[in-house]
Design a protein around this ligand. Structure first.
Ligand code: HEC
Ligand code: HEC
Length: 198
């Protein structure tokens, strides 16, 4: 391969990278306008989903890409939850990017550390979700400091297949109820950027 061709290829790679970051970048100000309805649930501390009973997940400070992916999964009904499907159904891709930029940008300053002893079961999880659940990979949700009851609920629904994800379905299928309880307690006891939106 000649030098010219290598240079052209490099330019291509750089342009592609610039394009994909600018495409992923939502407008947080636009997002704030769309977020009013969301705050009715995600902006209330310890707000509880009734039936099954678990706390509405913290989304402020969550990864932008993960928020977008979650909203798309509700909109396509691949992810079950009637209210979230209804909330996502009105949003365009651009709306989702904007609202995700808004919520992702509201995170608390990330402190690391935890109030709990190491949990051997969590070692595999941390290869993807980061130390203590402080994931730095945009597609893998941050678990550190997420509500315990929501983590539990998610693991139960991956295990039952209600929430479909090939990776998490596989991991959850190996977990007992007791394991799920321990893992949820472990990750929720960590510090991280997640907080109630306001
Ligand atoms: C009536 C309450 C309610 C409203 C309003 C609401 N949500 Fe939710 N949201 C929930 C509940 C409950 C869940 C968890 C559902 C589940 O178990 O999948 C959730 C889940 C989510 C998730 C997935 C979080 C995760 O960690 O996987 C995102 C992202 C989200 N909501 C964003 C939004 C946005 C953006 C809006 C506004 C457009 C909104 N929600 C409006 C209750 C609500
Ligand atoms: C190979 C990478 C990988 C490993 C290992 C892994 N996860 Fe995940 N996890 C993911 C991805 C990707 C998602 C998002 C899936 C989706 O969109 O539903 C996820 C989602 C989750 C969620 C849902 C979070 C939310 O906000 O809704 C929980 C809880 C979770 N994982 C816990 C665990 C636990 C506990 C383990 C260890 C037993 C584990 N994960 C191992 C990649 C992984």
């Amino acid at each position: 391969m000649n030098v010219m061709r290598i240079k052209l290829l490099l330019v291509g790679v750089v342009l592609a990278a610039v394009q994909s970051t600018s495409m992923a970048a939502g407008d947080a100000e636009e997002g704030q306008k769309l977020a009013h309805t969301c705050l009715g649930c995600h902006g209330v501390k310890h707000y509880v989903n009734t039936y099954p009973t678990y706390k509405v997940p913290l989304i402020a400070g969550q990864h932008e890409s993960y928020i977008i992916a979650a909203l798309k999964a509700y909109r396509s009904k691949q992810r079950a939850h009637k209210t979230m499907q209804a909330n996502a159904s009105d949003l365009t891709d651009q709306n989702m990017e904007d609202v995700a930029a808004y919520f992702a940008g509201l995170g608390a300053e990330a402190k690391s550390g935890s109030k709990i002893a190491d949990e051997p079961l969590a070692a595999t999880c941390m290869t993807c979700h980061g130390p203590g659940g402080l994931s730095t990979i945009p597609t893998n949700p941050i678990l550190a400091g997420q509500y315990e009851s929501y983590i539990e609920q998610s693991l139960y629904s991956y295990r039952s297949g209600e929430r479909k994800n090939p990776i998490m379905g596989g991991f959850a299928s190996t977990l007992s109820d007791e394991d799920i309880g321990k893992l949820a307690e472990y990750f929720s006891a960590h510090n991280g950027p997640l907080r109630t939106a306001d």
